[in-house]
Write a protein that binds this ligand. Sequence first.
Ligand code: MN
Length: 233
Amino acid sequence: MSADYVIPAPPQATIAVAGTTKVFPVRRIWCVGRNYIEHIREMGQDERLPPFYFAKPADTIVPDGGTVPYPSLTKDMHHEVELVVALKSGGRNIPVEKANDCIYGYAVGIDLTRRDLQIASRDLKRPWEIGKAFDHSAPCGPIKPASESGHPKKGKITLKCNGTLRQDGDLEQLIWNVPEIIANLSEMVALEPGDIIMTGTPAGVAATVAGDKLECEVEGIGKLTVTIGPALK
Ligand code: MN
């Protein structure tokens, strides 16, 4: 029996599945805060600290080919290209050796960040949502099922801005690999089907402005192109 909602239920956020007309329903977006050593160094952070997590709402997803309106309040929006992991099952306290069994597939995404607001929040010891979880902050390309891609342990992860290479890393540089992230995060929350995880960005984060074309790729997984549009009125 469907619920008797007092307002229309919000639409289900989805991500396309590569090579099909099917879509993956998104429940939550978890993000890893620090997971590549060169990015920790460029941000001036302690590289001995373990990574940590923050989240974005599911409806911050922007599809491949989409446009991201330049967000309000910032003068320093940064791109962070990341490997995205999409879960088909979950649970609590998932062992590392069972973690890959939870994965539906992989994609390439961007953790868009209002860096000035994130750093202001960090310095005031306030939460990060205003810097990280704003509207349209999670562009994500089509998901490639793990049944086709396998579980990548290495492969180039890149972002070009207007044709110029800005981020150029390799998945083998991940400090915590994907099974370790799933296992660790499942100690903190019960993971569920539909949860996706953005696994952290390699070095080269930089500002992006209205008119920029961002082209991302994870070798063997897929591509993502988005355009930064003018600010909403
Ligand atoms: Mn990130």
